[in-house]
Design a protein around this ligand. Structure first.
Ligand code: CO
Length: 178
């Protein structure tokens, strides 16, 4: 498995790179393949199931995920470039989510249970996917990152009350590092 590049780190809330615009991927080259391998390695190392490029400080439309969260199950790995949601199912599901950019914060998020997605692979070929249940949830969470949207934007007011002190802690840690 590829090593993550020295210095490649998870960007933590409220770093502005998590809210920045993400540029489409145009060059499907070895550099892109290497970036996706390093992101997957970092995702596994941090026990994540998905990672979006802005979360490693690269503001491009690339996401990697593996709903199994296990590098031994690499057949479940997905690398999606320039993904688009073509269809969202009407049926919703609610489940607790976490985010590598928000250590220690988990809460329930409602999302469509099904999405149909178009994306390009590492060679630039257009692919279509039907994602359901947990896989659909992981995809939608990562896709939100490409839109500069974070899971805290989807909190209910009640969840907000619970989570606000934890967010304030991350904000104060960020100011300390800056
Ligand atoms: Co996230």
């Amino acid at each position: 498995m590829a090593q993550s590049r020295p210095g490649m780190e998870i960007v933590l809330y409220p770093d502005p790179r998590l809210r920045a615009k993400n540029a489409p991927i145009e060059a499907f080259d070895e550099e892109l393949a290497q970036l996706s391998r390093e992101m997957l390695a970092l995702m596994y190392r941090t026990d994540g199931v998905g990672l979006a490029a802005p979360q490693v400080g690269v503001n491009r439309r690339l996401i990697v995920f593996n709903p199994e969260g296990d590098p031994a199950q690499s057949e479940s790995e997905l690398v999606l470039c320039n993904p688009r949601i073509l269809v969202k199912g009407r049926e919703k599901s609610v489940r607790e989510e976490g985010c590598l950019s928000f250590p220690g914060i988990n809460f329930s998020v409602e999302r469509p249970r099904f999405v149909r997605v178009e994306a390009q692979d590492l060679h630039g070929r257009v692919q279509h996917y039907d994602f359901e249940d947990f896989t659909a949830r992981v995809f939608q969470h990562e896709f939100d990152h490409l839109e500069g949207m974070l899971f805290i934007d989807r909190m209910t007011p009640a969840e907000g009350l619970k989570v606000r002190p934890l967010l304030a802690e991350l904000e104060s840690e960020f100011r300390t590092r800056a």
